[in-house]
Design a protein around this ligand. Structure first.
Ligand code: ZN
Length: 158
């Protein structure tokens, strides 16, 4: 799944579960649940070679940049507009935890000899990834993102 919807799910968990001891690990686990949802991403049906060259790594970086921007936006909104420091911190940590599995697996893209953690996380992820054709695969992620947005805005405007 793309990084931005993963981030949104983490932020939604952080916005609705105030205990970081529960919310942060749950955000991490929900990453793998997200990958189980049929989806399309830049790595769908590609070879290792295709993942390393051309437009795909750039698209992944753009998606990462968008995810970080969205995470920072809602964190700062919780901090400055809502004025709730613990909520902001919780959402930030959940946003990070929600994309951590992909960050841990990232070395697989850049090196031929990745570390053991990357290998294990990458194996788990490639087993869970449920690919879908681009239209349906993006639609599921749009729906998840919209749902997460509603949860976040509902929590932040109470
Ligand atoms: Zn993933």
């Amino acid at each position: 799944m793309l990084l931005t919807p993963h981030t949104m799910v983490g932020l939604a968990i952080g916005a609705s579960i105030s205990n970081p001891g529960i919310a942060v690990p749950l955000s991490f686990v929900m990453h793998f649940m997200g990958d189980l949802v049929p989806h399309w991403d830049f790595y769908s049906n590609t070879t290792d070679e295709q993942r390393r060259v051309g437009w795909r790594p750039i698209a992944v970086m753009a998606d990462l940049g968008l995810g970080v921007a969205v995470g920072m936006f809602f964190t700062l909104y919780a901090l400055w507009v809502v004025g709730n420091t613990s909520l902001a911190l919780n959402m930030f940590l959940c946003g990070v935890a929600a994309v951590l599995p992909d960050a841990l697996a990232a070395p697989l893209m850049f090196t031929q000899k990745p570390n053991i953690i990357s290998v294990v996380i990458g194996k788990i992820q490639s087993r869970l990834q449920f690919q879908a054709p681009i239209f349906w695969g993006l639609l599921t992620q749009v729906l998840i993102t919209v749902f997460a947005f509603l949860v976040i805005s509902n929590s932040l405007t109470q």
